[in-house]
Ligand binder design. Structure first.
Ligand SMILES: [Zn+2]
Length: 400
């Protein structure tokens, strides 16, 4: 078999572990990894709530890649995981807790950042921050991105906030913050997004799109920043998602159950080992997990340097045109995820191969006929995206 795992001699292993060239490589290796060292959980800080390790998830490569790309590049528009119950969607999202990078969080109510001054001068920040910047004081601090989960059956009040009933008692009306405001600069996970009311979904998507939202209750109003990466999941058997909502998600992954017997057995064994002793199981993956986390941070820090050359851009645009996709979000997601994929492979330039890898995730479920019966068409849609792209690459590469 061509893609059979190479057997590494024990002497080769440490070198590989020290230097990870690409996320994909780490994923490939880690998915087949049985167990390594027992490690202390000193700096983990997740004593009660130990997530299933990301690297212990069996197979599901596309889901894992999509989630990692969304951590590297918050601008690709988030991820929608589509699949039946019991396929590990929520487990996978929660496992991201160990991989979350750090982000700059403004110290100011208006969200001013140092880079705003660098880009637009002192007028780009509020007067207080302009003064602070002048004195060389920081406008932001580095903070770990958090995973915020929207509870099932959340109401509009939960999501956007509303009047604080406790404050009312003291004859002083106050607005309380909603879940969306806590999601600012974080990941927001919405499980079963197709089961929420239209009103709640619209509020979430509008806030995500605008990066802020305003709550009005009587004479009071408050505006909150809400610049977050949205990760949604849905079970297509439990109801559809309006096409215009589907369109608001960046990457789309069809998550299927494991089909190979050995994968299913492997998944069962790992899940049992995790249930028996979460801490020990988590510890076995910690070294590799930390490497992956550092890799994601490095990729995120360097993302700005990744260029999209004309050839890759033109090919992407032609592909979108050939597939007759109208939404402008298609190219944002396609190019931003290709940039994330390039830096994950330690390159500063997007290649056609990057575009090819992310194209099915970025472009599927964007043509309305497919949305109608995508469960039947999911495989043919992936083939359509890739065949169309391959046809274009072959015909344009004839002269070489
Ligand atoms: Zn400010």
């Amino acid at each position: 078999m061509e893609n059979e795992q190479k057997n590494l001699s024990p002497t080769e292993e440490p070198e590989l572990i020290k230097k990870v060239g690409s996320l994909q490589e780490l994923l490939r290796r880690a998915s087949g990894m049985s167990a390594v060292s027992e490690t202390e959980l000193e700096d983990a800080g997740i004593a009660e709530n130990i997530p299933f390790p990301f690297l212990a998830l069996v197979d599901q490569t596309e889901m894992k890649l999509a989630l990692l790309l969304s951590l590297i590049n918050p601008n690709l528009g988030g991820v929608l995981l589509v699949g039946p119950r019991g396929t590990g969607k929520t487990t996978a999202v929660r496992s991201l807790i160990d991989l979350l990078p750090k982000t700059k969080r403004s110290l100011c109510f208006y969200g001013c950042l140092e880079e705003d001054v660098e880009a637009g001068g002192m007028d780009a920040v509020c007067p207080d921050c302009a003064e602070k910047f002048g004195h060389g004081e920081p406008l932001s601090r580095l903070e770990k991105v958090r995973l915020v989960e929207l509870p099932l059956n959340s109401t509009m009040e939960d999501v956007v906030g509303g009047l604080d009933p406790r404050a009312e008692v003291h004859d002083r009306m106050r607005l309380k913050r909603g879940i969306l405001s806590r999601a600012d600069r974080n990941l927001l996970y919405v499980d079963e997004v197709n089961m929420l009311t239209d009103q709640v979904v619209d509020a979430i998507l509008d806030a995500a799109a605008q990066g802020q939202y305003t709550v009005r209750r009587g004479a009071m109003s408050a505006t909150y920043r809400s610049d977050f990466t949205l990760i949604g999941s849905m079970n297509p058997e439990e109801g559809r998602l309006r096409p215009q909502i589907m369109d608001r998600f960046g990457l789309r992954v069809i998550v299927e159950g494991l089909t190979k017997k050995e994968d299913r057995l492997n998944a069962y064994q790992r899940s049992r080992a995790y249930q028996e002793n979460k801490r020990a199981f988590w510890g076995r993956y910690w070294e590799e997990t930390r490497l992956l986390r550092d890799e994601i941070q490095a990729c995120r820090d360097d993302l700005n340097e990744v260029e999209l050359p004309d050839q890759a851009a033109q090919t992407g645009l032609e592909l979108i045109e050939a597939l007759e996709i109208d939404s402008l979000r298609a190219e944002i997601t396609l190019f931003e995820s290709a940039r994330a994929h390039a830096i994950a492979d330690s390159r500063k330039e997007v290649t056609l191969e990057d575009v090819r890898t992310v194209a099915p995730m970025a472009l599927r479920l964007r043509q309305s006929p497919f949305i109608e019966d995508y469960l039947h068409d999911q495989n043919s849609e992936t083939e359509l995206v890739l065949d169309t792209l391959d046809g274009m690459i072959t015909s344009s590469g004839d002269g070489e």
